[in-house]
Design a protein around this ligand. Structure first.
Ligand SMILES: Nc1nc2c(ncn2[C@@H]2O[C@H](COP(=O)(O)OP(=O)(O)OP(=O)(O)O)[C@@H](O)[C@H]2O)c(=O)[nH]1
Length: 652
């Protein structure tokens, strides 16, 4: 569940931004001037006609957060000096700042004077990474328009296309904006032509800006007011509020972000959830400015927060509709809950830390799904579900930053569907995967999740990308040209589409994509459902005994390679024992690969000085015999560091 990002991020909230009290600037446009930002807002002064709810959508790093900061500054919502250039107010999480990516969408309301009227502009910032596509689509549900930002030096990228389509499907008015025009490498005309050929955008609608220098940014505010339709809603209709996000506050419980469709909501109101049917009393309403600013009410078309006595994040269902108690309304078309796509086990290095680890994961990281897991090798741990690999990496980094005990996160796996004669079982832990070669197992087929992937890359890397995709079991490969690459410096760019098993992209696919395209490729994917696949469980045997924590699910075509690679890896990390240890990879009863760890040989004749040769021989014979016995009964001592080396995703 996603609300957790917010929950923990409250701890790391940026310092509160002083509100600019009176700002008035002379702008080049005669019809527009900036409004003073008041101490508090009288929400009834903002009927639907003066409200604009919008998102900024773009490929990762194309400058959304920087533009958002400039908009907040220009409208006097935050002070220019206090943020400084390039400091991103809406990227609140520490990891977001460190990695320069937006993980959690944030909302901010701005006041802007246009055509002689104060307008209320509600910006909903969206994450740019493919893992968080669900958040993008959810944020858009509260908007009537979107600013489609495309970097004028890089052009249309994979996520520019996917977010454009989500916005189009939702019927949002799109304002095309080319950013970073200050960069010497920018090619605004060429990229404008690309927008026209890729999206059918009229070039006369495109705005050209530099969020860094501020050039053209006022034009974006003006276009938001002029082009995005205002929301609709009726003050006198029964209350209908759409919950599009939630965050957790240690003192007040769950804070829900809502867009008011109809009616008015204020402190003291008794509301109910269409989804859970639970009832609550509103204790506070307000707008994000960008910090919470209490208001007396929220009116139709407005976007803001409500605090009620909601205790647990699990009570807040994104996509839920809230209504007044006793006055039910038809719920808005809801959302599918976010789906975990990647699973991994998390174990404390010191098994005494388990309870502490589990508690801190459950309390602070609600965006991951958590189940208990125990392993004979690693002890008690948790099996966690993530939205994708970036989500998993961000989680790992946060857990390491905020939780001081050492942990190990195992290699990621995806959820498989095992179809038996009479039932279907979802499996996200390889140890639970049945032996498909055993006819008694009654397994009919195994299915794995696949994604519809698209890669945008300059023409010269197309061959390399195709090789990469084929090596990852791609099917339905196709490509077409995005533009003609008319200028001498820029080659034509192509879009490559294919179906890929999700399991193939959760490991090192991104890294390879970047390195094999010298960083030029951009990648995006969407859920492609499930597909029948020839998969089996591979187990590793040490001295004939299986090691549960090392089980893997492998496609038949990769069995030999994976088996060999892993036994070699194990051979390197397992310390030698007093007896010889066979290390084997097996699928069903068949041994796929084998290495032998030779025995450590103690010199049993060392203490014998002189004496008869036969005496030495007898000692050696005795040693051989005791090793044979030891091997029969001996279990291999596998130190935890060996597991760390093998299982750690970093080491993959
Ligand atoms: N030269 C130049 N750099 C810019 C401009 N806008 C943003 N940048 C830089 O581009 C980088 C990415 O900008 P962000 O605003 O973080 O991009 P984003 O789209 O919010 O990225 P995500 O949050 O990861 O999706 C930063 O280093 C910015 O300083 C611009 O107009 N000109």
């Amino acid at each position: 569940m996603l609300p957790g990002w917010r929950h923990a991020c409250l701890k790391i909230l940026l310092r509160s931004q002083p509100v600019r009290r009176s700002t008035s600037r002379q702008l080049s446009s005669t019809t527009i001037c900036l409004a003073a930002t008041p101490k508090s807002l009288r929400m009834e002064e903002f009927p639907c006609e003066v409200i604009r709810n919008f998102s900024i959508i773009a490929h990762i790093d194309h400058g959304k957060s920087t533009l958002a900061d400039r908009l907040l500054e220009l409208t006097g919502t935050i002070e220019t000096k206090s943020t400084g250039l390039n400091q991103q107010v809406l990227d609140k999480l520490k990891v977001e700042r460190e990695r320069g990516i937006t993980v959690k969408a944030q909302t901010a309301s701005m006041i802007y004077m246009a055509h002689g009227k104060q307008h209320l502009l509600n910006l909903i910032d969206t994450p740019g990474h493919v893992d968080f596509a669900w958040e993008v689509s959810r944020s858009m549900a509260a908007c009537q328009g979107a600013v489609l930002l495309v970097d004028a030096s890089q052009g249309v990228q994979a996520q520019s296309i996917s977010v454009f389509h989500v916005a189009k499907e939702r019927g949002l008015k799109i304002i095309p904006v080319l950013s970073k025009i200050d960069l010497p490498a920018s090619q605004p005309e060429r990229i404008a032509a690309q927008l026209q050929s890729t999206f059918g955008i009229d070039p006369s609608e495109i705005l050209y800006i530099s969020a860094k220098t501020g050039k053209g940014v006022e034009g974006v505010l003006q276009a938001i007011v002029d082009r995005i339709p205002s929301p609709s809603g009726n003050t006198h209709s029964p209350l209908k509020a759409f919950m599009f996000d939630s965050l957790y506050d240690r003192y007040r419980g769950v804070i829900s972000l809502v867009s008011i469709q109809d009616g008015i909501i204020q402190k003291g109101d008794k509301i109910a959830s269409c989804y859970t049917r639970r009832k609550y009393e509103i204790t506070e309403v307000g707008v994000m400015h960008p910090e919470e600013m209490p208001t007396s009410s929220l009116q139709p078309g407005q976007v803001g927060y409500i605090a009620c006595n909601m205790k647990e994040s699990s009570e807040a269902h994104i996509g839920d509709t809230l209504h007044r108690v006793g006055v039910p309304v038809d719920p808005m078309p809801g959302f599918q809950p976010s789906k975990a796509m990647v699973y991994a086990g998390v174990f404390p290095v010191d098994s005494n830390d388990f309870i502490k680890l589990e508690e801190s994961i459950k309390r602070a990281y609600r965006s991951v799904t958590v189940q208990r897991e125990s392993s004979t090798a690693l002890g008690q741990g948790c099996r966690l579900g993530f939205l994708g690999t970036l989500h998993m990496d961000v989680f790992r980094q946060r857990l390491e930053d905020e939780y001081d005990a050492s942990i190990i996160i195992t290699a990621p796996t995806v959820p498989y569907k095992v179809v038996y004669k009479d039932r279907t079982v979802m499996i996200s832990n390889p140890t639970e995967f049945p032996d498909t070669s055993d006819t008694a197992s009654q397994v009919k087929v195994v299915q794995e999740p696949v994604v519809n992937a698209s890669i945008i890359v300059p023409e010269e890397y197309l061959g390399e990308m195709m090789t990469l995709c084929f090596a990852h079991r791609a099917e339905n490969l196709d490509h077409r040209y995005l533009d003609s690459g008319s200028t001498s410096e820029a080659s034509a760019r192509t879009i490559l589409t294919c179906t890929l098993p999700l399991s193939e992209i959760v490991t090192d696919f991104f890294d390879q994509l970047k390195s094999r395209s010298s960083g030029y490729a951009s990648f995006d994917y969407e859920d492609g459902g499930y597909q029948t696949s020839d998969l089996s469980k591979m187990v590793f045997l040490l001295n004939g005994k299986p090691v549960d924590a090392l089980a893997l699910i492998v496609h038949r075509s990769a069995q030999q390679e994976v088996g060999r690679k892993w036994v070699q890896k194990l051979h390197k990390v397992i310390p030698r024992q007093l007896f010889e240890v066979p290390i084997q990879a097996a699928v069903g009863k068949k041994i796929i690969a084998r290495e032998t760890l030779s025995a450590m040989r103690a010199d049993v004749t060392a203490g014998l000085y002189g004496g008869h040769y036969e005496r030495k021989l007898k000692h050696l014979e005795n040693q051989k015999e005791s090793k044979r016995k030891m091997k029969r009964i001996g279990s291999v001592d596998l130190p935890q560091e060996a597991f760390f080396n093998i299982l750690s995703t970093k080491g993959k």
